[in-house]
Design a protein around this ligand. Structure first.
Ligand SMILES: *[C@@H]1O[C@H](CO)[C@@H](O)[C@H](O)[C@H]1NC(C)=O
Ligand SMILES: *[C@@H]1O[C@H](CO)[C@@H](O)[C@H](O)[C@H]1NC(C)=O
Ligand SMILES: *[C@@H]1O[C@H](CO)[C@@H](O)[C@H](O)[C@H]1NC(C)=O
Ligand SMILES: *[C@@H]1O[C@H](CO)[C@@H](O)[C@H](O)[C@H]1NC(C)=O
Ligand SMILES: *[C@@H]1O[C@H](CO)[C@@H](O)[C@H](O)[C@H]1NC(C)=O
Ligand SMILES: *[C@@H]1O[C@H](CO)[C@@H](O)[C@H](O)[C@H]1NC(C)=O
Ligand SMILES: *[C@@H]1O[C@H](CO)[C@@H](O)[C@H](O)[C@H]1NC(C)=O
Ligand SMILES: *[C@@H]1O[C@H](CO)[C@@H](O)[C@H](O)[C@H]1NC(C)=O
Ligand SMILES: *[C@@H]1O[C@H](CO)[C@@H](O)[C@H](O)[C@H]1NC(C)=O
Ligand SMILES: *[C@@H]1O[C@H](CO)[C@@H](O)[C@H](O)[C@H]1NC(C)=O
Ligand SMILES: *[C@@H]1O[C@H](CO)[C@@H](O)[C@H](O)[C@H]1NC(C)=O
Ligand SMILES: *[C@@H]1O[C@H](CO)[C@@H](O)[C@H](O)[C@H]1NC(C)=O
Length: 722
């Protein structure tokens, strides 16, 4: 690994000269600094793309749609303006100039991964007082170098230290897996996640595209099994799969998928798609019930003649969508050795190999499966050696002794980094900081080769070439109504960047992390997952609909409402404004220039409801606050397609002072200074037990009214604390 080699080298130099240190960043960057010399990014006039390489693309990464060097340069230039507040022009030329950042490619340099192999993700950074040169092993390597420059600018008030360094990731797969089968995530969210991850140099977003509640569907009778929540997210009009996906509005079309893949690839992140079978496959047997194992329909009956051909039909339909060199067929939790069911084991192996042969005959892609209960001798002798395996639990397999010593490539998704949204008897809702910074049982931090954080004997050497990397997985075992889609991000927010340092092979210390993270996080370009709103003071906006003297304004006359906060977030309304306030009816509303505000926030308003017609009081792209829904008069927050009601209804014809409060990971409502009521979710656990859990829901601030709700509003104010 170049990172470690040059780290060792620069550490030695540091002993001799004190002129060097890793650049602190997330991840850290091996670098030899020249004291007292800086490049000031405010002075950058040009980003110069080496004209010899401007159309070069990385051919070695996971994506089949790698951007060109010129493409990455465009995105970098946009980022420079938002992050470093400079507006360079892009030029193409043979070499660097004054006050310029030169992007070029040189494959001959010594860019090595942890196993000592060439990696196209490596880069060299040379910084002088007058210019910066980023030399990548490929355009992707250059891209990671641009992340370093941006981070250093953010950390050092716009200037970066002169010097040079060679940096490269130890492993080729670094990122996350998100369970999109049991919870729908809109494309906009996936794209923002890719942008955010990319700032920390992660390159893989594994998207689990089909699954069902629960793991033990055999407690239900056949009719109930056919009715349980089960989803298949890709949506195609191809008659070959007609009826497979019956939830078009919670799905990805090919255009959506293409858009997500391109947006992620533009920032160096590859989406790795997974369609799960023959376990967790209830959605497939809901489509074709004859394919399910009798009594447990989420397991497909592999010996049934149509099963493999049906999976081939599905993959034939969707393979052309997937612009990646590797796809994932799931193959998780089908065979349980406790059942000693070797017949199932053999048919499992047969299934995996049939899919492997099919996929390589249909498309030039390799295939991945989850590591799960390898049926020992059968498995290691039979599964194709070119199928890569994603380990997740020691009770299901031993990655070193079952796979690596038998020649398989293994991706580390050990459940020490598992997250299950909101409720689980086994897994937390966030990552483990101790594991990340101190998780190697042989001493030192976590790294992708650390499968077992307790027993070093189970871990291969750091340089073992069969370790592909590390993916942190997040699951939705209890379905879509346990969380909002933004909560998937909240669970990763505070510590995924630290883990990204370890997935890369960085040297970040526990004691340095919080300061670095708190400074870098608000700067991560291409996303606003925290749903922050720029504001000069704690008050973000304030609208008063009863300023006196104010002449009454009739309905249907567009009116501008002043923002009293000083931020200039003027609102527009076509409702009438009378001395008692803004009159909201079915066919008018108020629009602000804003969308959502993440916690912490307090949204305060004075209103009088004048009818029981249900409708949204406030709405935005991520959430809405409704008074009633037709069958209930409860006040409820709606996010995605789920409603979280309070045991409270707004009164009729009575003024109330109310606040919607987002505090940390919880959300409250308060009326007339009374007790705070909390919006919670009621989680159904295996159809029996019910568990209450907190909900962190952003404030909807795009629109007031406009959907049937009727009443008066006197004033509305949003502040950034709770
Ligand atoms: C960087 O350059 C800008 C504009 O030339 C200047 O205002 C700023 O003070 C410089 N920053 C540093 C840290 O030298
Ligand atoms: C870029 O900086 C290096 C190191 O100071 C210097 O040798 C080179 O001449 C500079 N290039 C240009 C075009 O300014
Ligand atoms: C699986 O399919 C085979 C072939 O049709 C059938 O004989 C067998 O009974 C099925 N097994 C179960 C458990 O459904
Ligand atoms: C994987 O190995 C199998 C069995 O040797 C072969 O049929 C298949 O073409 C290979 N796939 C790839 C992507 O090389
Ligand atoms: C599969 O493994 C089991 C247990 O080790 C053994 O009984 C069976 O004969 C094996 N089958 C094959 C085809 O190797
Ligand atoms: C919410 O925050 C509290 C306090 O920080 C924490 O203990 C709890 O685990 C969090 N809950 C979730 C679901 O993240
Ligand atoms: C976090 O990781 C450490 C180090 O591996 C481990 O000792 C500890 O049990 C883990 N904590 C939890 C809550 O899993
Ligand atoms: C550590 O792992 C090795 C190899 O799997 C095993 O033989 C040994 O029993 C394990 N030690 C403990 C304490 O679990
Ligand atoms: C309205 O909300 C109540 C309370 O959450 C819920 O039971 C009911 O199913 C909802 N009705 C509709 C039509 O969404
Ligand atoms: C999708 O449509 C169903 C049925 O109309 C509805 O219940 C659900 O809320 C919708 N989901 C989304 C994400 O809009
Ligand atoms: C939000 O409020 C909680 C409770 O007062 C506090 O612990 C937390 O630090 C606040 N978060 C932010 C981002 O201000
Ligand atoms: C969430 O879904 C479960 C079924 O999985 C259901 O029992 C529960 O009532 C739902 N909770 C809410 C708040 O809708």
């Amino acid at each position: 690994m170049a990172a470690t080699c040059s780290f060792v080298l620069s550490s030695l130099l540091c002993l001799l000269s004190t002129a060097c240190a890793d650049l602190l960043g997330i991840p850290t960057v091996p670098f030899t600094q020249t004291h007292g010399c800086f490049f000031n990014l405010s002075n950058v006039e040009h980003v110069i793309v080496d004209s010899q390489s401007s159309s070069a693309r990385d051919e070695d990464g996971w994506t089949l749609i790698p951007p060109t060097l010129a493409g990455f340069a465009d995105t970098f230039s946009d980022d420079l303006s938002t992050v470093a507040h400079c507006e360079p022009t892009i030029k193409h030329g043979p070499n660097c100039g004054e006050d310029a950042i030169f992007l070029t490619i040189d494959k001959s340099s010594d860019f090595q991964d942890a196993a000592g192999r060439f990696t196209s993700e490596g880069y060299r950074l040379d910084i002088s007082e007058s210019n910066i040169t980023i030399t990548g092993a490929s355009p992707l390597g250059v891209w990671w170098g641009t992340r370093t420059v941006l981070q250093q600018a953010v950390l050092n008030h716009g200037k970066v230290s002169c010097g040079s360094g060679v940096d490269a990731p130890g492993w080729s797969t670094r990122g996350v897996m998100l369970d999109g089968g049991r919870h729908y995530y809109p494309p906009s969210f996936i794209k923002e996640m890719c942008s955010w991850m990319s700032f920390w140099k992660q390159n893989a977003f594994h998207l689990h595209l089909s699954d069902n509640l629960y793991n033990n569907v055999d407690i239900y009778d056949r009719e109930q099994q056919l009715d349980l929540y089960a989803r298949f997210r890709p949506y195609s009009e191809d008659p070959a799969v007609a009826g497979l996906n019956t939830h078009a509005n919670e799905s990805y079309t090919q255009a959506d998928f293409d858009n997500m893949q391109r947006s992620c690839a533009a920032r160096g992140v590859t989406i790795i798609p997974e369609i799960e079978a023959p376990g967790h496959a209830l959605v497939i047997s809901q489509w074709k019930p004859e394919l399910g194992l009798d009594g447990q329909l989420d397991l497909l009956n592999i010996t049934y003649p149509d099963t493999i051909s049906t999976m081939e039909t599905i993959w034939r339909t969707f393979l052309p969508w997937f612009r990646t060199k590797v796809i994932h067929i799931g193959a998780d939790e089908y065979v349980d050795p406790d059942l000693s069911d070797y017949e199932l084991a053999e048919s499992y192996n047969h299934f995996v190999n049939a899919m492997s042969s099919f996929i390589s005959s249909e498309a030039d892609k390799s295939m991945r499966i989850w590591g799960t209960y390898p049926p020992q001798s059968n498995y290691t002798s039979q599964i194709h050696k070119n199928v890569s395996i994603q380990h997740w639990e020691f009770f299901e397999d031993n990655p070193l002794y079952d796979y690596i010593t038998n020649g398989y490539d293994v991706l580390n998704s050990d459940d020490s980094c598992y997250i299950v949204q909101k409720y689980s008897t086994s897994y937390p809702n966030h990552l483990n900081r101790t594991l990340i910074f101190h998780g190697d049982p042989a001493g030192g931090p976590f790294a992708p080769y650390v499968f077992d954080s307790n027993n070093a004997t189970n871990n291969p050497d750091a340089s073992n070439p069969h370790v592909l990397g590390h993916i942190a997985a997040q699951w939705n075992d209890y379905g879509p109504n346990t969380s909002t889609y933004l909560e998937a991000y909240y669970s990763w927010r505070d510590l995924l960047p630290a883990l990204a340092d370890k997935q890369w092979g960085g040297n970040l210390l526990d004691s340095d992390y919080d300061d670095l993270f708190n400074t870098l996080q608000p700067a991560a370009p291409g996303q606003n997952l925290d749903r922050t709103i720029p504001s000069q003071s704690p008050t973000i906006f304030a609208y008063d609909f009863t300023p006196s003297p104010q002449p009454a304004i009739a309905a249907n006359q567009p009116t501008v409402i002043k923002d009293l906060s000083g931020n200039g977030y003027y609102a527009h309304t076509n409702c009438s404004i009378l001395p008692s306030g803004l009159r909201l009816t079915d066919n008018c509303s108020l629009l602000t220039p804003l969308h959502s505000k993440g916690a912490n926030y307090t949204l305060t308003f004075t209103l009088r409801q004048t009818s029981r017609t249900p409708g949204p009081l406030f709405s935005g792209p991520d959430s809405a606050l409704w008074s009633g829904n037709g069958t209930s008069t409860s006040l409820m927050l709606v996010s995605g397609s789920n409603a979280f009601p309070l045991n409270y209804s707004l009164p009729l014809d009575q003024w109330v002072d109310a606040s919607l409060v987002g505090r940390g990971n919880r959300t409250f409502f308060q009326v007339d200074g009374g007790r705070e009521m909390e919006f919670k979710t009621h989680i159904g656990v295996n159809g029996e037990e019910m568990v209450w859990a907190e909900m962190g829901i952003v404030a909807p601030v795009r629109e007031i009214g406009g959907g049937g709700w009727e009443g008066w509003v006197r004033g509305v104010e949003l502040v950034g604390h709770a």
